[in-house]
Design a protein around this ligand. Structure first.
Ligand code: 0X9
Ligand code: ZN
Length: 768
């Protein structure tokens, strides 16, 4: 439909209904209605509480609380019921009156009525007609257009589609500006925010801020607390169908009602209502849609299927991963805590809901939010306008993360991890795996971008396809001393791009350049100052750490790890008469490394080979093996926790390496601790440690070997002269002859610069 026609009919509709509303209807008032929180101990108390009201506001299934709206008469009954309750709001009407006032004149300072929402969508389209356009998903039961905004940037390849709707429940006003703000950010920040730019190019965004348009208008004109649509149910004076009980998956089940007077009336059949039917048709007509969101208020929850059954969804692990990330992103913005979980167990059973349909029938990942405030907070749906902007701000990064995760064109991973250092001579490789997401990789179009000086230009290095999902690339020779910053870009077969890290080039990976210098290497054949039970709180009764040639059992290694030698640290290396003879029992045993001074080596890494077995015996896979680090005297920080379950809890030597500064700012007293413990009874716990090593990455020691042949001698003179005569900062004349070497090797006096002051030191080095 051309925009002008759409606009006229929408406006005509709004004016028409607004006039009818104000001419005919008295605003429903809520004078002296209370909002109360009731604590219920069991089903019977829950039923009793629900019988007192026809307006359940929300429920905290885990805490056993219900927020209810009560008329003065209903409240008197509650007071007599014997139920335990707290009054949250004494006079709801006063809150509603305050809500209408707004706090200023800014866009997000007050709630917008339906006409205001449509105007705002127009504003966004006018701002960036190249990115945004309006679409009509269908008509409401009263004939209003349900309007959405479609946003997408450059690129004509088939893009992953991301669908959002809010205000399926009319009174949940905060959901409207939350989605409008989200659309606003995508449109307005396209030119200035790398992440927005990439995501807007990558995806096709469909945002429907007011799905229940009739109901929303009605909350402005007639009844602030209207929830359902405006269906005129035949044979009754009760209007409306709960649009979040009208979808086909689980339709008619528990947590929905067949009574038209009920707030959760499901309608006469699944998709009996035009508002749900048109969304169904829209989603099915856009098979590129990969994720679906239905935004509600309130209770500060992040929910996923199922709502109709207590069973966990097949993708529970993915949901938990994405959900945990989303709630931690939300918390970072204004400190608000949202609880993640499946609908059924987190709020209550709700059958025939939108996200169950999106997941169960359309087959896309679906989420539903319950926005601010948390349950038990005065106001509930009537959220003060001061909280509009903070709510919108905290939801934004969570939605971006979710969209990024679910719309990945390809997945870029580093099977060997990210490098903890890069050699200056160009010998360090980066292994990359690229697996299909919405799209597949163009194997000839993968690039490593790398630079040594922060803020400088990136060099593009083509990445080699090894075969299958595997790729590899060498870091080009780097000037020693500065960190290398890098990111990877993978082109896809249909012309998209995927970045790692996602926010590149604003965000980059960073790693020191230098040659590995072993500061400490211990194959455990001799005692280099390890201690056990330093704090004196070990309480294991058997299986304490000792250093020996282990005697093999089904849970303990027969051989240490080192190629030569026989010894390692092990939680009692004796075998004994049975598997459980010398394993860790009844408590913990702790092993402490020597103390290291890292003040000169802020980039130092630690590595070790470890063995852990907890998967045999009575309570298998319940204990953990912990590795911790401290600046002596401060708290211990976890470096890694092995187990309780996983691939590495059944014995076997595994290698781990960490950069110390990723965990703490190193001082001269850094120490490591290895703790094996046995919590339950009956489990077999064994741990071992070998080949512990601390490395730093340095440029010294190489000075003078300017031709990089591994020796300092007369053959370095030509190279040295060449560096001194070359043009900084690139020293190209030198690299033309020694492409894999490092001009900083001519910094013989170690002052960080290459110049005539190095000549004396160079001569001294040659004379050594
Ligand atoms: O009852 C509902 O529909 C939702 N709570 S609300 O207070 N916003 O009404 C919770 C149900 C979860 N959502 C879906 N089943 N889609
Ligand atoms: Zn809702």
């Amino acid at each position: 439909m051309p925009k002008s026609i759409l606009r006229t009919c929408v406006l005509a509709g709004v004016i028409c209904f607004a006039l009818v509303g104000s001419a005919l209807a008295e605003q429903v008032r809520f004078d002296n209605h209370r909002v109360v929180q009731v604590r219920v101990a069991d089903e019977a108390q829950r039923d009793l509480a629900l019988s007192l009201t026809d307006d359940l506001w929300t429920e905290n299934a885990r805490a056993g609380t219900l927020d209810l709206r009560l008329t003065p008469v209903q409240f008197a009954k509650l007071a007599e019921s014997g139920l335990d309750y707290t009054v949250l709001v004494e006079n709801l009407q006063a809150l509603i009156d305050a809500e209408r006032r707004g706090i200023g004149r800014g866009t997000w300072d007050a709630y917008m009525n339906y006409a205001g929402v449509l105007d705002y969508l127009d504003t966004l389209v006018a701002l960036r007609p190249d990115l945004a356009s309006l679409f009509v998903i269908g008509q409401t039961i009263e004939g209003r257009d349900i309007v959405g905004i479609r946003i997408t940037g450059a690129g004509t390849h088939t893009k992953p589609g991301i669908y959002y709707e809010s205000c399926i429940h009319a009174r949940e006003w905060i959901t409207v500006p939350t989605l409008l703000y989200f659309a606003d950010q995508l449109v307005r920040n396209y030119d200035t925010d790398q992440q927005v730019h990439q995501m807007v190019d990558r995806c096709e965004w469909f945002i429907v801020p007011v799905l229940n348009a009739d109901g929303y208008v009605y909350t402005w004109t007639n009844n602030r607390l209207w929830r359902k649509n405006r269906r005129d149910n035949p044979g009754t004076s009760c209007d409306g169908v709960d649009l979040n009980r009208n979808w086909s998956v689980g339709w008619g089940g528990g947590g929905s009602s067949g009574d038209p007077c009920d707030q959760t009336y499901r309608g006469t059949s699944a998709f009996s209502e035009p508002e749900t039917a048109v969304v169904r048709d829209f989603v099915l007509a856009h098979p590129n849609i990969v994720t679906f969101h239905d935004i509600h208020s309130y209770s500060q929850l992040l929910l996923w299927p199922w709502g109709y059954t207590s069973q966990l969804p097949p993708d529970q692990d993915t949901y938990e991963y994405v959900g945990d990330n989303m709630v931690s992103l939300i918390r970072k913005v204004h400190g608000k805590i949202y609880t993640p979980g499946p609908i059924y167990s987190t709020i209550y059973q709700a059958s025939g809901g939108s996200v169950d349909w999106a997941y169960g029938a359309a087959g896309v990942l679906s989420f539903t939010f319950e926005l601010r405030p948390s349950s038990g907070t005065p106001g509930g749906f009537v959220l003060p306008p001061e909280e509009i902007l903070p709510t919108a701000e905290e939801i934004y990064p969570a939605l971006m993360f979710q969209a990024d995760y679910t719309s990945a064109l390809v997945w870029i991973d580093f099977p060997e991890g990210l490098p903890l250092h890069v050699e200056p001579d160009g010998s360090s490789t980066l292994d990359i795996s690229i697996t299909p997401g919405f799209d597949t990789v163009d194997v000839n179009n993968v690039t490593l971008y790398v630079r040594t000086v922060s803020g400088g230009e990136f060099d593009a290095v083509p990445v080699t396809h090894v075969g299958g999902d595997q790729f590899t690339v060498n870091f080009p020779p780097r000037g020693c001393g500065d960190d290398t910053e890098f990111y990877v870009v993978a082109g896809t077969t249909s012309g998209g791009l995927t970045y790692s890290p996602t926010g590149a080039p604003d965000d980059v990976y960073s790693t020191p350049v230098g040659t590995a210098l072993v500061l400490f290497s211990d194959d455990m054949e001799a005692d280099f100052g390890w201690d056990i039970d330093v704090a004196g709180d070990d309480d294991a009764t058997t299986g304490m750490w000792n250093r020996m040639d282990p005697q093999g059992t089904a849970a303990q290694p027969e051989d240490d790890h080192s190629p030569s030698g026989t010894m390692c640290w092990v939680t009692d290396g004796n075998a004994g008469g049975s598997l459980g003879s010398y394993d860790v029992d009844n408590g913990k045993t702790s092993l402490f490394s020597p103390v290291f001074d890292f003040t000169q080596y802020p980039d130092a890494t630690v590595s070790y080979w470890r063995w852990y077995s907890n998967d045999q015996g009575g309570t298998a896979n319940e204990d953990v093996f912990e590795v911790l680090i401290t600046n002596y005297g401060s708290a211990w920080v976890p470096l890694e926790t092995v187990g309780p379950a996983g691939d590495e809890t059944g014995g076997g030597w595994y290698f781990r390496e960490f950069r110390v500064s990723d965990f703490l700012t190193p001082t001269q007293f850094v120490r490591f601790q290895f703790v094996a413990s046995d919590e339950g009874s009956g489990s077999i716990v064994e741990a071992a440690l070998d080949d512990f090593r601390v490395q730093a990455y340095v440029c010294e020691g190489l000075a003078g070997d300017v031709n990089c042949d591994g020796a300092i001698n007369g053959f370095d003179i030509d190279a040295f002269v060449l560096v001194l005569g070359a043009t900084p900062p690139g020293f190209q004349e030198y690299y033309d002859v020694y492409p894999l070497c490092d001009h900083m090797r001519a910094d013989c006096n170690g002052d960080g610069e290459v110049n005539g002051f190095d000549i004396d030191s160079f001569v001294l080095l040659l004379a050594k």
